[in-house]
Design a binder for this molecule. Structure first.
Ligand code: ZN
Length: 209
């Protein structure tokens, strides 16, 4: 070890003054606060003074970068903004600006509204989102107030498409039901349809006059 290098070993008190002032690596934007090294802004070989105004705290990585010539730091370390850092091409290096470190404006996709709980009670999975298979048996009851004639659960027969005959002549009412006369505006109904061969029989059976 040379004499010059031995002289670069800082007294504990001097080092403490620098680390207390800098509170971590002085490289722009570096978050390192522990295990800093002391860097002389003016190279010791150039005859720089060994006082706190000429030394800064740097983390190991940035101190090595300085020694490799990746960066150059000049200025007054006693002011928070007193240092100027340039890269090996002389371009200034500054801390990242808030808008450069902010998350993208679109952010995360929105959480779906509601209080959906997967059947398992655990975290939601793709299986929970799968489209359910059609249930066996009857289809779901359509919205509205439709009631099947049987009074029981709706069946496929209740939803069957009417035949052409039913569309043309209408469906006879269930036995025992007395029909009201057709409204005057109605020009024809199954009761008055001359094409209906059972017209007279049905009128008689239902007590219609
Ligand atoms: Zn650093």
């Amino acid at each position: 070890m040379s004499v010059g290098r031995a002289m670069r070993i800082l007294p504990h008190r001097t080092r403490r003054l620098i680390t207390d002032r800098d509170r971590g690596c002085r490289f722009p934007g570096c978050p390192t606060t522990g295990f800093v090294e002391i860097h002389h802004l003016q190279a010791w070989a150039d005859g720089g003074p060994t006082d706190t105004d000429n030394q800064i705290s740097l983390c190991t990585a940035h101190h090595d970068g300085i020694d490799r010539g990746d960066y150059t730091i000049t200025g007054d370390p006693t002011h928070p903004d007193g240092l100027t850092v340039t890269n090996r091409y002389g371009l200034p290096i500054r801390p990242p600006q808030p808008h450069e470190t902010a998350p993208p404006p679109e952010g995360d996709p929105p959480v779906p509204a509601g209080t959906y709980q997967p059947p398992s009670g655990g975290p939601i999975t793709w299986n929970d989102l799968a489209i359910p298979s059609p249930p066996e048996g009857d289809p779901p009851v359509p919205a509205g107030t439709y009631q099947p004639p049987s009074g029981g659960p709706i069946t496929w027969n209740d939803l069957a498409i009417p035949s052409d005959h039913e569309l043309t002549h209408g469906t006879p009412p269930p036995p025992g039901l007395s029909l009201a006369p057709p409204p005057p505006a109605q020009t024809i109904s199954w009761l008055d349809d001359p094409d209906n061969p059972d017209r007279g029989l049905i009128r008689t059976n239902w007590g219609h006059h």
